[in-house]
Write a protein that binds this ligand. Structure first.
Ligand code: ADP
Length: 576
């Protein structure tokens, strides 16, 4: 099996139909990946481009380490399982399974051995003598899979393979395909428009809309941390309830009188700058519960409708902030009366908030900024009179021009450790405020001990802290980044520093371009967003963000006009 990589892959059909735009994905060897989205979003086109059945308009596709853009489908060494099983009706199951080996003039004994092995794996040993018309839908599906398996391909591609089956068989085949994936440990790429299939089968899901990838993540992360309203409402059934709300301070107003308080956890995740804005609030039906007269978030005087589904009861109520009924899922058969008052509680740690562009404004802080005092001691920088960054002046991009005494230490949330590693550690003490869980990590929101400064840190899933716990966090001194009071970087890590050496900035036509000899840099950064400008006497320092929000620093001569928010494009300059 092999990994599959798509780089900026696009497809424009005749008549300028843009089916897929800039698709980027790295599928690991042995991974089960799902493409999901509404009909027409470009899932099948992407799959067919991987298979080689559709020419790609732009970009690169790798299978294993081979660039396959110009390789014929039959030579790509992948297996495609379609909706219609495409079995040969006149051949027995045995012959159907062994057909491709026979075509490759494989010896009879070897064909027999391989067919038997695959039949065993798929539990169809009893069916080898039968013809396809004597099989059930599920059995035919298994034979079709077996025919692919026997070739030992680099990857399996599935295009809505279960959509012809009835509901019961679909559930059964869903688990069979998942089990098969565990057994053969193959790279599976699976297209479906069914969100339940996607949520139950894949290691990771790619959610698509109108040819654009919306979000790629594990099922749990997509469900818990959707990045926009589309993903939030596409996954999960019944759908997430969306409300129009007004944010004021730490309250979300659904109307003049009705509000929800923001929890500490939500406040810690919220991007700043939305106070006074109209936002979209999302609450999943299962994040409501019944409250009491003493303890509730909303009260309604009646229930519009009750639907008992056995394992859950859905109730429909009218809440402010939205025109439609709000759907609430209660775990058990808790309610029979339509008349109220009905007291409702919301799991306020689990709410979702989106801005007017429908993007989530809840985000894990990637970086912490911790106030610090600096003193320069020859070439070294002393932080808080305690820690020393050796040779700071040589790493410092503005070393001659400014003299800093107060600023911030910038530390990525993911680079703290809970254990000391050596004497050169930078240490802070924090008090835990709240916790969030991502697939394999715990994210903690905390406050710097005795100060009201927010700190976010991530750690292994098995490290558990409670609210109020004091935790010591360590960071390697050599990983620290010093910034001035505007949070502009003064000292940069070597790896961020290195591309800068070969970069120049040039005005080409109407646009500005960063010209670099560094192929990787030009490839991974299509454009950079100008964040801050540091205006010095004869030169400027530009702080730019790439698409991954990583900061890139450029020093440029003082002869151009730049302004914040500008896009600067990157271009590769051939080495002489
Ligand atoms: P999905 O699999 O998500 O339903 P498709 O990949 O089949 O979506 O289609 C994506 C878009 O490309 C749709 O707008 C569809 O109409 C268009 N499309 C698909 N195949 C062709 C084709 N052969 N010629 C022109 N347009 C096509």
């Amino acid at each position: 099996m092999a990994r599959v990589k798509l780089e900026d892959v696009s497809k424009v059909y005749k008549g300028n139909v843009r089916a897929v735009t800039d698709f980027n994905l790295n599928i690991e060897d042995g991974e089960f990946i799902i493409f999901v989205g509404p009909s027409g979003c470009g899932k099948s086109t992407t799959l067919r481009m991987i298979a080689g059945l559709e020419e790609i308009t732009a970009g690169k596709i790798y299978i294993g380490d081979t660039l396959v853009n110009n390789i014929d489908p039959k030579d790509r060494d992948i297996a495609m399982v379609f909706q219609n099983y495409a079995l040969y009706p006149h051949m027995s199951v045995f012959d159907n399974l062994g057909y491709s080996l026979k075509c490759h003039h494989e010896k009879k004994e070897i064909i027999k051995e391989k067919v038997n092995n695959v039949a065993k794996l798929l539990n169809i040993e009893e069916l080898l003598e039968r013809k396809p018309k004597e099989l059930s839908g599920g059995q035919r599906q298994r034979v079709a899979l077996g025919r692919c398996l026997i070739r030992n391909p680099k990857a399996f591609l599935f295009d809505e393979p279960l959509s012809n089956l009835d509901a019961k068989l679909r559930v059964q085949m869903r688990s069979e395909i998942s089990k098969l994936h565990k057994r053969v440990k193959g790279t599976f790429i699976y297209v479906t428009h069914d969100q339940t299939e996607a949520m139950t089968m894949g290691d990771r899901i790619v959610v698509m809309k109108d040819g654009f990838v919306q979000q790629i993540d594990t099922p749990v992360n997509l469900y818990e941390h959707p990045i926009n309203i589309f993903v939030a409402t596409f996954l999960g059934s019944p759908q997430m309830n969306m409300f129009k709300v007004f944010l004021k301070g730490d309250k979300l107003y659904l109307d003049d009188k009705t509000y929800l308080n923001l929890t500490e956890k939500i406040q810690n995740k919220m991007i700043e700058g939305y106070d006074g804005d109209i936002l979209s609030l999302g609450i999943r039906p299962s994040d409501f519960a019944l409250g009491s007269k003493q303890d509730y978030d909303f009260v309604v005087d009646k229930i519009e409708l009750i639907e008992k589904l056995g394992h859950e009861t859905l109730i429909y109520v009218n809440l402010p902030g939205r025109e439609d009924n709000t759907i609430i899922s209660l775990k058990m058969d808790m309610i029979d009366e339509l008349d109220g008052p009905i007291y409702l509680k919301v799991n306020k740690d689990k709410i979702h908030l989106f801005n007017d562009k429908e993007e989530s404004i809840l985000k894990i802080n990637e970086y912490n900024f911790i106030p610090a005092s600096f003193t320069l001691d020859n070439n070294d920088l002393k932080i808080d009179k305690k820690y020393v960054i050796k040779n700071f002046k040589n790493k410092c991009i503005v070393k001659d021009e400014i003299d800093i005494t107060n600023g911030y230490i910038k530390i990525p949330s993911s680079s703290f450790t809970l254990e000391k590693h050596n004497g050169d550690d930078y240490m802070i003490q924090v008090e835990v405020v709240a916790k969030d869980i991502y697939s394999n990590t715990n994210v903690y929101f905390a406050k710097l001990k005795d100060e009201n400064i927010r700190i976010t840190f991530t750690c292994d899933k098995n490290k558990n802290f409670n609210k109020g716990d004091t935790v010591k966090l360590y960071a390697n001194i050599n990983e620290l980044i010093a910034t001035d009071e505007n949070k502009v970087i003064l000292m940069i890590k070597d790896e961020i520093h290195s591309p800068i050496k070969n970069m120049t900035i040039k005005n080409i036509g109407k646009e500005y371009y960063v010209i670099t000899n560094d192929k990787m840099f030009a490839k991974t950064n299509k454009y950079l967003l100008l964040n801050k400008i540091y205006d010095l006497q004869d030169k400027m320092i530009l702080s730019l963000f790439n698409q991954k929000d990583e900061e890139i620093i450029l020093k440029v001569e003082r002869n151009e006009n730049f302004f914040s928010g500008m896009l600067i494009y990157t271009k590769y300059k051939k080495l002489k």
